[in-house]
Design a binder for this molecule. Structure first.
Ligand SMILES: [Zn+2]
Ligand SMILES: [Zn+2]
Ligand SMILES: [Zn+2]
Length: 371
């Protein structure tokens, strides 16, 4: 996503900020204008960088649990922001380990929702659901007894617009243990959200569109293959699908639905990374590059073709990994994109373009864009 500035002191702030680390102003993110506001005039008015006010209040999850930094219209019946109003179940906050884990989950979810809003994708809650307009909801579940006994717990997954996430995924040690046990190069809360919401958009945008479905089957395979059996084969190591360069991850080989969700997540990774690079006006010069051209993101990643995204992603990923290695960290972007993966990403970019909503839920004007 693009970088933000404190509307009071104009210094850079992160998307998660609730207080400006420089001037101490109380901050709130306004999804309608895609910018931060600060609380001014004896904490009565939310002003933007130009001093303009708008009638907004803090999300109820900020008021009640200090867990959200988004603003909401005062007449929104749920008093919850564009991200929080999709929650159906939250875990029992009386359990001491729950609030910090839930806070991490919500922070990752807000980043994912922000990208969906910028992509102008349809995004309804379950209350707004109508035929052909499946709503999106979240169940964040925790079983403390199961965690203590090390028993299998709640499964993270998707069913008809309902995303279930096991709270334990917000525990760094546990998530890293699972990542290593599964041999995955990348496992994050944000990655989980991007993957699971891919299943939602498959049923929202592909399943009931005969031409999209036909194209999906040509590119990803036939999803009518027995899903439960496919997953079982995958976990037992009995799958006859070999992990080749055509799949963005090993898990993507398990079933066409998982391939789609993994590739969808990857599309969101690229769009978000390139939006960040573009707004920071990063300019890269790789050593010994065949053409000594500087690499800059001078396009809108939210509407760009997969070919454009990938062409800029490759040098950016190399630079990102170089910097991570300089800090003794593992690669931030441990992926390689083959032509077959790019073809899958192209299907997703076309699907997003075909389903862009006419009314922007976020103003697109906050970002300086050139052609
Ligand atoms: Zn400030
Ligand atoms: Zn909220
Ligand atoms: Zn999945």
């Amino acid at each position: 996503m693009h970088a933000f500035a404190c509307p009071n002191c104009q210094r850079p702030i992160h998307f998660e900020a609730r207080l400006c680390p420089h001037c101490g102003a109380t901050l709130g993110f306004d999804p309608m204008t895609d910018a931060f506001r600060f609380l001014a005039d004896e904490a009565t008015l939310w002003r933007d960088a130009q001093g303009e006010t708008r009638d907004v209040v803090v999300c109820a999850n900020n008021d009640d649990h200090a867990i959200c930094n988004w603003l909401v219209e005062p007449d929104e019946p749920s008093h919850l922001c564009r991200a929080c109003r999709h929650n159906r179940t939250i875990p029992d906050l009386a359990e001491p380990s729950v609030p910090p884990r839930w806070a991490r989950i919500e922070a990752a979810k807000r980043r994912m929702i922000h990208t969906l809003l910028k992509l102008l994708l349809p995004l309804e809650t379950k209350a707004e659901e109508a035929p052909g307009r499946q709503g999106l909801a979240f169940d964040f579940l925790y079983d403390p007894a199961a965690e203590k006994e090390g028993r299998p717990q709640v499964m993270t997954g998707h069913d008809s617009g309902l995303i279930t996430l096991n709270l334990i995924e917000a525990d760094d040690a546990e998530r890293e243990r699972t990542r290593a046990a599964m041999g995955e190069p990348y496992r994050t809360l944000l990655g989980h959200f991007r993957h699971e919401v891919g299943h939602h958009y498959w049923s929202r945008l592909v399943e009931n569109d005969p031409s999209a479905l036909a194209e999906f089957r040509e590119i990803f395979g036939d999803e009518r293959a027995d899903y439960q059996q496919a997953l079982q084969n995958h976990y037992n190591g009995d799958s006859n699908v070999v992990w080749t360069e055509a799949y963005v991850s090993y898990y993507a080989t398990s079933h066409p639905w998982e391939d789609f969700a993994e590739t969808w997540a990857h599309y969101l990774h690229m769009v978000d990374l390139l939006a960040t690079a573009g707004s920071l006006e990063l300019s890269l010069q790789l050593p010994e590059a065949p053409d000594s051209e500087e690499i800059e993101v001078r396009f809108d990643p939210y509407t760009a073709s997969a070919a454009t995204l990938v062409r800029h992603m490759e040098p950016l990923a190399f630079a990102l990994n170089c910097m991570n290695r300089s800090m003794g960290q593992s690669d931030a972007y441990p992926f390689r994109l083959s032509d077959a993966i790019v073809a899958k990403l192209a299907f997703i970019a076309r699907l997003v373009a075909a389903n862009r909503q006419a009314t922007p839920p976020l103003s697109m004007s906050a970002e300086p864009l050139s052609a």
